[in-house]
Design a protein around this ligand. Sequence first.
Ligand SMILES: Nc1nc2c(c(=O)[nH]1)N[C@H]1C(S)=C(S)[C@@H](COP(=O)(O)OP(=O)(O)OC[C@H]3O[C@@H](n4cnc5c(=O)[nH]c(N)nc54)[C@H](O)[C@@H]3O)O[C@H]1N2
Ligand SMILES: Nc1nc2c(c(=O)[nH]1)N[C@H]1C(S)=C(S)[C@@H](COP(=O)(O)OP(=O)(O)OC[C@H]3O[C@@H](n4cnc5c(=O)[nH]c(N)nc54)[C@H](O)[C@@H]3O)O[C@H]1N2
Ligand code: SF4
Ligand SMILES: [Mo]
Length: 739
Amino acid sequence: MSVNPEATELEQEKIIPTMCASHCGGSCLLKVHVKGGVITRIETDDGAEPQIRGCWRGRSYRQRVYAPDRILYPLKRVGARGEGKFERISWDEALTATANEIKRVRDTYGPASIIFVPMGGDLGIIHGAHLFDRLLCMAGGHTRTWGVTSFGQGMFSSLATYGTIHCSNSRDDLLNTRFVLMWGFDPGKCINGPNTAWYLAQVRDKGVRIVSIDPRLGDTAAAVSDQWVAIRPSTDAAMAIAMAYVIVSENLQDQAFIDKYTVGFDKYRDYLLGKEDGVAKTPAWAERITGVPAETTASLARQYATIKPAALLAGIGPGRTAVGEMFHRAVAVLAAITGNVGVHGGDAAARAWESLIGGLPYKVLPIVTRVMPSTSNPVERGFPVAQNTLPTYRGPRVHYNKVADAILRGKAGGYYSDYKMLFTANCNYLNAMPNSNKIIEALKKVESIIMVEQFMTTSAKYADIILPTNTYMERNDYTPGASTWFHGIQNKIIEPLGESRSHFDIATALADKMGITGYNDKTEAQWLQQILTMAEVKDVDKLKRDGILRIERDEPYVAFKDFIEDPQKNQLSTASGKIEIYSQTMAAWNNPKLPPVPQWVEPFETLTDPLAKKYPLQLITPHGKRRALGQFETLPWLKELMPEMVWLSIADAKARGIRDGDMIKVFNDRGVIMLPVKVTRRMMPGVVQVESGAWHNFDENGVDRGGNANTLLGDDLSIGGHFPYNTCLVEVQKVEEEQ
Ligand SMILES: Nc1nc2c(c(=O)[nH]1)N[C@H]1C(S)=C(S)[C@@H](COP(=O)(O)OP(=O)(O)OC[C@H]3O[C@@H](n4cnc5c(=O)[nH]c(N)nc54)[C@H](O)[C@@H]3O)O[C@H]1N2
Ligand SMILES: Nc1nc2c(c(=O)[nH]1)N[C@H]1C(S)=C(S)[C@@H](COP(=O)(O)OP(=O)(O)OC[C@H]3O[C@@H](n4cnc5c(=O)[nH]c(N)nc54)[C@H](O)[C@@H]3O)O[C@H]1N2
Ligand code: SF4
Ligand SMILES: [Mo]
């Protein structure tokens, strides 16, 4: 038999490294096996420690690439919105229709009537939603959204307290700590930078005490913590304030640190001791709010103040609540009054996720100045520059949470414009934003919907035109590591499936179709090279060959170390140049809901709300374990591992005659979901967990059998203008068998 040498070559299996960075807080090395242009299996890092190991999602990516519900061709809707009926069209038709529709809406109603909703998708630098923002700016402008879904409250507090959003030590510095407080922190599930959980496991092995404060016993806490302190959701600020009370009233604070590096301690002490309102913020005062026994709060305060250095890792889950800004302020101040800021083994207790990125002293410049940055937006000209993290913004932007409201109410409802076109990129909008039933109403009302998507998501079913993007396995990009430092590269593994294209190709083609000049003057390869040069990558060949290039350094990074060493020379960017226990900026707002020292502010939809009579349970919606947001939802391997379930405490189940495995309804005035229940001692009584990200599946009675938490959540904002995804009241009820 004659052998065709080319065919043999084709049949040989190659292993190509690439970096998964699925908007999950990770950036992990995958070694992808390819044979004949097809991915056959995926392995991960098995080299020297610290390994950058991928999780079950990354290692299942083959099923994602070849998923039957991937969108491989441009689609045009033929059924009703939401019905999911589409017909395949050519790229030329799709681009022409999109370009014409943008022009029509712009010329008929003005550019502000086009509302653009971008989100993450992957954390690559070249291919992303930002490309479409630039395009729409150059096409005459559009309405942008504002607000930060993940950690707006944390950013708010970091800016107020430290004058920067980059406040975390690198994770390897945890090895220097002597006490860890994980406050709403579950990095075994939500990654928080690769290796965070691995460092915590080493800390545990050294015998260091680890305490978790959380309404649920999460996986990381179950694996590493010595103590679980169950706390009512949305009440953490009260506990942190009471800890400060104990520290101050027992004189355990680090007064020398306070005198040298902070401002406003006296004002905070007055608040704690009740000088103005007559209420001492004692642990007993806090217990009534938090449900945490007073002695537990007092004991933790003493431990945190006296075991040094101590790392308070402030998760962003407690921040994503109605008064989350005050939680983040109160814990950051705890770190400051105990002198745990700027020292090895301590932590500034600012938001613990992504606080690292961009803050490390190595060149991750490209992550800030992304490829093809947005140009100025004609719709925003003449308005002050938007500050996403502050509640003072008054421009034409619409808050992410209010997009549906804005579409439904427009100018008559006080918005800047009427909104006629919704354009989304890298966002499963209906899935991710709260108040699903209201969003569906808006999706039915708006004149046109364009979506840049990979999958037939619940949102995509409402689109008029879908522009199909490929996955990172089908293109080249760059991604940096954060908690473990490295340059990472996304090597193209296979050719794009079907007619799917990269964001870069779609945006460039759409710009051409719209006759926009100067949109893009480089190829993907040229952009990549430019990024690598900006990032000061020394050995590009090695990076491409290995997938990652580690960045060597002498010691762990400690945020604010330079400030501690010389506070005159290295002043902070706060108004006073110091750590602001009393925030001058906040004082100037004169807003009772945003007091200048951390204070307990009454949230909406908690147990003190009259609504609690009807809906007595607090809902939390942590991020899903087998998903990254709504991504990976339909992969059979992952679905098999973890069926969707509501978590309920034993006491609450008993009181309602519910048993483990029963089908239950979770409901309030906004909607109803139906899922099987897991009755567990890992849940605090009075609290229900529905993981976020499950795809909706409404039945004929309007019951969401997919179990999307956003069917239940409202679209009100937190006190600082952010997302209160963990503030909500519900009731649960057993569903009697239907058959
Ligand atoms: N597997 C997976 N990883 C992810 C994601 C994902 O969807 N899946 N999403 C990524 C993204 S975009 C983000 S923003 C991050 C989110 O990361 P996190 O916000 O850290 O993750 P969550 O699990 O939502 O919340 C963390 C913890 O906060 C607790 N919590 C909730 N409410 C409260 C409260 O009121 N008080 C206290 N003390 N604790 C509370 C939860 O029970 C949970 O244990 O994760 C990223 N990583
Ligand atoms: N109830 C509740 N809801 C929440 C939260 C919560 O805690 N509770 N958390 C919120 C948070 S923090 C966030 S960040 C949002 C996220 O909300 P979303 O941005 O909606 O999250 P994803 O599911 O990642 O959506 C990304 C979408 O982009 C598509 N996509 C298009 N192109 C690409 C690509 O190139 N790569 C990738 N990976 N995807 C692409 C994916 O198919 C996917 O449908 O959800 C928020 N929603
Ligand atoms: S999904 Fe996230 S944690 Fe998992 S391999 Fe990808 S980047 Fe890493
Ligand atoms: Mo997020």
